[in-house]
Ligand binder design. Sequence first.
Ligand SMILES: Nc1ncnc2c1ncn2[C@@H]1O[C@H](COP(=O)(O)OP(=O)(O)O)[C@@H](O)[C@H]1O
Ligand SMILES: Nc1ccn([C@H]2C[C@H](O)[C@@H](COP(=O)(O)OP(=O)(O)O)O2)c(=O)n1
Length: 231
Amino acid sequence: MSAQDSTEGIVIAIDGPSGSGKSSTSRGVAKARDLRYLDTGAMYRALTWWMLDNGVDVEDAAAVAAAVERPVITMGTDPNAPSVSVDGRDVAAEIRSKEVTGSVSAVSAVPEARELLVRTQREVIAAARAAGAGIVVEGRDITTVVAPDAPVKLFLTASPEARAQRRSREVRTSDVAATQADLARRDKLDSSRTHSPLTQTADATELDTTGLTLDEVVALVVKLADEAGAR
Ligand SMILES: Nc1ncnc2c1ncn2[C@@H]1O[C@H](COP(=O)(O)OP(=O)(O)O)[C@@H](O)[C@H]1O
Ligand SMILES: Nc1ccn([C@H]2C[C@H](O)[C@@H](COP(=O)(O)OP(=O)(O)O)O2)c(=O)n1
């Protein structure tokens, strides 16, 4: 049996704070082992984009809850070309705006929003498995709520400084201090909300990526996936 065969149908669950490397690591692992890839943060961002675009007050939890069923969010799970659309419109660029980043923690704290998106995420995982494909799923509550029985569960971390450096490079800003403050603000909101906060559990393997290159992190996760697949 090849390594590729052993990861067939596998679910790899990855959580961690902003900038710890979840998206890039997940895509790298999915490409290396021909798995699907689901960016659940993009789903919360897409829902937030729709709320803002439709004039819903995102600080009003009842208003958000009343509207969650209205947009149709569709995710493409090819790690070579992941996509996200709302009501058929490609919103990949729009969901990375400052406005969406500033409002996404408020929307993702609303229980009705989480219930709806978790249901969709589980459907995407089930569809992958039904097709005999494995999938890497990343976010804040994948190891704890969405796929707690996944055979590979990881919690990625990196120092606040490293995370801010990475994110600043990505969005091409020289104001690393402001980026670090924004990450800290979001970490706090995402870890302190009542419904499914970002939490590190003992059964998820912690991987501190601070001193590691992306290729090194991907290789480590691929190794864990191959080991789990061989069991
Ligand atoms: N191990 C690493 N070393 C250096 N840069 C990294 C590493 N992992 C990710 N990055 C870079 O850091 C930025 C944030 O990574 P990303 O995967 O989007 O994190 P997250 O999904 O956890 O927010 C990206 O520009 C990515 O290329
Ligand atoms: N499973 C998830 C994924 C993301 N979220 C929320 C919390 C995050 O601040 C936002 C955006 O997630 P995303 O992964 O795009 O965030 P990054 O900017 O990449 O760190 O969504 C969540 O509550 N649960």
